[in-house]
Design a protein around this ligand. Structure first.
Ligand SMILES: NC(=O)c1ccc[n+]([C@@H]2O[C@H](COP(=O)([O-])OP(=O)(O)OC[C@H]3O[C@@H](n4cnc5c(N)ncnc54)[C@H](OP(=O)(O)O)[C@@H]3O)[C@@H](O)[C@H]2O)c1
Length: 290
């Protein structure tokens, strides 16, 4: 099976390296070519356009920033549609708005191309060993045809139903990430205000029912101010805004995520956007002049 990857940023690079490790033939494209060097050194064929990726692949996995980027690499000059061939399937791993995703699926269908949604949970650190959680939706037959690929990418794969549904579930997941990062950041800041070592706060939290994977692992990096990005704060803000827009389109009120949008936007304006999303702790520290 020949696999293509378009978008070799933090997540795409790790997914690609893992697929090469699993023995797949991989063709890759990234707008900024330098980010394909690592994949090329491990045996990926690097090409000059999304069109060429499509021509050389049975399935093309898209892992780019947002819906605009998905549209550009799909439908513009030298985009995927220009490399169409019999049986080509597209699987979009980017986190995007479910309604945008449906429109993109419909546009692909006009060219006779099937597109699946495969957003994931987990970052580059787990993608490298094939331990993502994959949430898929769209055409069930296409999903079954490439199920083995998805099962290599993730250690858990959920098929959730029709177009766009997986993206809605993914957004609900990123809502959890947002709130956990904020709750930890405010808890750490509060105990610091009381001159208590935040490690003790984390030890107590992790002795309770309210512990999470984040409080048991990443939180210790947060208090050491290690904010090397696996998922940038600006990319989480992009998802937070997508959650707000999606809730609006469902006529659902989510007051906490609206507040979080404001906080993350302020953090970006103050220069914290390129940090890991847990760098929100550093922003909260700054506004408290601690
Ligand atoms: N990192 C994670 O932990 C994680 C987990 C789950 C889901 N995701 C989602 O996966 C996607 C990628 O995330 P990431 O962390 O890998 O982000 P990233 O490191 O910032 O990479 C973004 C990728 O999108 C490409 N891109 C952006 N705008 C583009 C455009 N207009 N045309 C073509 N390519 C464009 C970038 O190309 P350039 O290199 O040329 O800029 C790069 O390859 C996002 O939707 C993110 O929300 C990430």
């Amino acid at each position: 099976m020949k696999i293509g990857i378009i978008g070799t940023g933090m997540l795409g690079n790790s997914v690609g390296l893992h697929l090469l490790d699993e023995g797949f033939e991989l063709t890759a494209y990234n707008r900024t070519k330098e980010k394909t060097t690592h994949l090329a050194s491990k045996g990926a064929r690097v090409v000059e356009s999304p069109k060429k990726v499509a021509e050389n692949s049975d399935i093309v996995i898209i892992i780019v920033k947002d819906a605009n980027a998905v549209r550009q690499i799909s439908f513009e000059e030298d985009g995927i549609i220009h490399g169409n061939h019999d049986g080509l399937v597209i699987a979009d791993m980017s986190t995007i708005n479910p309604s945008e995703s449906k429109k993109i699926t419909e546009k692909f269908l006009q060219y006779g191309i099937t597109k699946l949604d495969i957003p994931v949970m987990g970052g580059p650190n787990v993608a490298i060993s094939g331990d993502l959680v994959v949430m898929a939706s769209g055409n069930k037959d296409a999903f079954e045809k490439f199920r083995t690929v998805f099962e290599k990418i993730g250690n858990k794969v959920f098929f959730l139903g029709g177009d766009g549904i997986a993206h809605a579930v993914k957004l609900a997941m990123n809502l959890q990430i947002t709130m956990l990062a904020l709750a930890l950041s405010e808890g750490i800041t509060l105990v610091r205000g009381a001159s208590i070592d935040p490690k003790i706060f984390l030890e107590i939290l992790n002795a309770t029912y309210f512990k999470t994977g984040m409080s048991e692992n990443k939180a210790f990096k947060m208090i050491e101010e290690k904010f090397d990005p696996t998922f940038t704060l600006e990319n989480l803000k992009k998802d937070i805004s997508t959650i707000v827009q999606t809730a609006d389109s469902f006529h659902i009120q989510l007051p906490m995520i609206k507040k979080a949008e404001e906080i993350y936007q302020n953090a970006i304006e103050q220069g914290f956007g390129k940090m890991d999303y847990t760098g929100i702790l550093a922003y909260i520290k700054k506004i408290n002049e601690l």
